[in-house]
Design a protein around this ligand. Structure first.
Ligand SMILES: Cc1cc2nc3c(=O)[nH]c(=O)nc-3n(C[C@H](O)[C@H](O)[C@H](O)COP(=O)(O)OP(=O)(O)OC[C@H]3O[C@@H](n4cnc5c(N)ncnc54)[C@H](O)[C@@H]3O)c2cc1C
Length: 350
């Protein structure tokens, strides 16, 4: 079959790889150049974790996690840095308790640490005496840019065509291809009517006197702050804000990060790591495409098309898994209706 895939982010590039592995004739369309920073997948790193307050996602991750090793094997490239994850917050926080219960339910190994034990593994981290830390060793961060490049390299080796600076429209997908899959990230509403909000998020690298070693981490709190250890060849380390930023329209390409989010990052660096008046380097904007409950959306476009909207700020780790699902939809082995938590019966915007 001649199959078109729209979007060279993590979902589109993964779907294209799996569809090409099935032996189909794949064309991947990207509206900008490869590696651009206007969508959701750009940058060096994304958290990969099994720890979720909702055990549904912990369960999904038991399938999604090994697909990173599979991509590493296909591409002969190391992508996942398995440094573990801290999920910390008040010991009586319902979300912290839900994370621990979900990990127990699904059988994922974890430990509950107090402030001193946590600081042993993540030097400099300051937790209050009424806070605890859920530590899962099966977690870490993935090289985001490298993962997409790995997908594209495998794709090229399978003879697929990658067309850049090519904003494709629904009519051409319908007319020229036997099947198509759209993974357009924040541009999803060009194709289908789905209940998503697109917002500008901020992350920054915090100047530090020495490299930060240890796990990736998520703070249980209203701002959903999260962070990473120092990446290879750097000395600073990355912190981001999950709280939704300003709305981003379909044709709005302004990615200037929010000043107040940058201030939250400085505050966090001081409060949790004791860094006074932190110097922020590389403060960047990146777009989330979120549903109200942070679930992903999967559905059909007409008779032969499928879409995925897998963001809500946590979709990267599921990219290969979503890509594999989409390939099984194209093959007719599965359908979005079989995934009720994600299925959205969308009307087409022709
Ligand atoms: C700041 C930030 C931090 C995040 N942190 C994490 C994390 O730690 N862990 C995690 O798991 N997830 C994280 N996420 C979420 C994750 O990055 C996203 O879920 C994921 O990148 C979505 O990928 P995508 O392929 O669906 O979309 P995108 O990466 O946006 O890709 C869509 C692509 O489609 C292209 N496109 C759109 N329309 C067309 C068209 N008509 N023709 C051709 N091309 C088109 C776009 O140009 C774009 O390249 C984070 C997101 C952000 C913004």
């Amino acid at each position: 079959m001649k199959v078109a895939i729209v979007g060279a982010g993590i979902c589109g590039s993964s779907a294209a790889r799996y569809v090409a592995i099935k032996g189909h004739d794949v064309a991947l369309f990207e509206q900008f150049e490869l590696g651009h920073d206007l969508g959701s997948s750009h940058g060096n790193s994304r958290i990969v974790r099994k720890a979720y307050p909702d055990p549904f996602y912990t369960q999904c991750m038991t399938e999604a996690y090994p697909l990173w090793a599979e991509l590493e094997r296909h591409a002969d490239q190391r992508l996942l840095n398995e440094v573990g994850l801290f999920y910390f917050g008040k010991s009586d926080s319902p979300r912290v308790l839900d994370v621990a219960n979900g990990l127990t339910e699904v059988g994922v190994p974890f430990q509950t640490l107090d402030a001193m034990q946590a600081a042993d593994l993540l030097p400099g981290l300051k937790l209050d005496s009424d806070e605890i830390c859920i530590y899962t060793p099966e977690a870490g961060w993935v090289d985001a840019r490298g993962a997409i490049q790995a997908n594209l390299r495998v794709l090229r080796s399978l003879g697929a065509v990658i067309l850049t600076d090519y904003p494709i429209h629904w009519e051409q997908l319908e007319n020229d291809f036997d099947a198509f899959v759209v993974c357009p990230g924040p541009w999803i509403r060009q194709f289908v009517n789905v209940p998503v909000q697109t917002t500008l998020q901020t992350f920054a690298y915090v100047g530090s006197e020495q490299p930060q070693e240890g796990p990736v981490w998520i703070e249980d709190g209203p701002l959903g702050m999260y962070g990473f250890p120092t990446e290879p060849d750097r000395i600073d380390f990355k912190i981001g804000v999950h709280e939704l930023g300003r709305d981003v329209g379909l044709s709005d390409l302004d990615r200037t990060p929010a000043i107040h989010h940058a201030a939250f990052i400085k505050d966090l660096a001081q409060q949790r790591f004791g860094i006074q008046d932190a110097e922020l380097r590389l403060v960047k904007g990146c777009v989330y495409t979120s549903t109200i409950n942070e679930d992903f959306l999967l559905g059909r476009i007409g008779e032969r098309g499928f879409f995925a909207s897998a963001c809500s700020g946590h979709g990267f780790k599921f990219g290969p898994w979503i890509g594999k699902l989409l390939a099984s939809f194209v093959e007719g082995d599965d359908g979005p209706e079989n995934h009720p938590r994600f299925f959205w019966d969308a009307s087409i915007l022709a």
